[in-house]
Write a protein that binds this ligand. Structure first.
Ligand SMILES: Nc1ncnc2c1ncn2[C@@H]1O[C@H](COP(=O)(O)OP(=O)(O)OP(=O)(O)O)[C@@H](O)[C@H]1O
Ligand SMILES: [Mg+2]
Length: 240
């Protein structure tokens, strides 16, 4: 269980989060949704200790992020994007590295098979397509066997059958009791897999329990400016 209390963050004078509080239980998939440049990746970086925060208190399965940092981080996995992979290493090199660092007992070859990576697990990252690298990243999450998985836009660049495979794997991870916080712009997938959606709006988290509603319509109602507001904005812009 991840507990976040009083999390605020700003880049210089650009506020991103303002006194955010939430708890993520074990065995759930939470969607993290907001327009480009709102702060989704920033939130994931804060939770994984890659960005400093002030007075917030973050605990993962009772371990305090600041006081018990190694234990906290050992139960979490986050890799932001394929830009953070090592260009001259293969998929398998990455998986063996994660297995060692996270003291995992997961069978690397089994993960390679499960994700359909048998034809390219010996290929270097620099020679892979975007979708192949997305598979490598998901494989790293599986191999880590961490309890809390922070996943930033995992569906980018995937073909339809890969999207289906990824969704199936997310559900299996939930079944195993893992917690997934998954950012995405793909509202149809979010609607299919998430138990709760965190809409990041005005520096706050707006949670919405998924009861099968149209997530795209929910997105529009939260983030789309209404025509009157747009016109008022245009009017102000014209006066400048
Ligand atoms: N290192 C940084 N220094 C200053 N500002 C930053 C830095 N990183 C991000 N920002 C700003 O913080 C805001 C949130 O960025 P972030 O990357 O978290 O957005 P995001 O919601 O993940 O967007 P996207 O959907 O495009 O990935 C943006 O306005 C961005 O310009
Ligand atoms: Mg981002």
């Amino acid at each position: 269980m991840l507990k976040v209390e009083n999390l605020s963050f700003a880049f210089k004078n650009k506020p991103i989060l303002s006194d955010v509080n939430f708890t993520i239980n074990n065995g759930v998939i939470i969607g993290l949704v907001a327009p480009n440049g709102t702060g989704k990746t920033t939130l994931l970086r804060l939770l994984s200790g890659l960005l400093p925060h002030g007075a917030a208190r973050l605990t993962l399965n009772t371990y305090d992020q600041q006081k018990q940092r190694t234990k906290y981080l050992n139960q979490m996995f986050f890799i932001e994007s394929s830009n953070h992979l090592y260009q001259d290493l293969t998929a398998k090199d990455h998986l063996l590295y994660v297995k060692a660092m996270w003291h995992s007992s997961i069978d690397v070859q089994q993960v390679i098979n499960e994700l359909g990576m048998t034809s390219y697990y010996k290929v270097k990252i620099k020679n892979m397509s975007l979708g192949m690298k997305q598979h490598v990243i998901l494989a790293m999450y599986l191999v880590s066997n961490a309890q809390m998985l922070l996943i930033d836009e995992p569906l980018n660049g995937l073909d339809p059958t890969s999207i289906q495979l990824f969704e199936q794997i997310f559900k299996e991870l939930r079944q195993q009791g893992k917690s997934l916080l998954v950012s995405s712009h793909q509202m149809d997938s979010v609607g299919r897999i998430c138990d709760v959606v965190y809409f990041l709006h005005d520096q706050k988290i707006q949670p919405l329990v998924n009861t099968g509603q149209d997530m795209m319509a929910e997105y529009m109602s939260i983030f789309l400016q209404r025509p009157q507001e747009q016109e008022a904005g245009d009017e102000r812009a014209n006066q400048v």
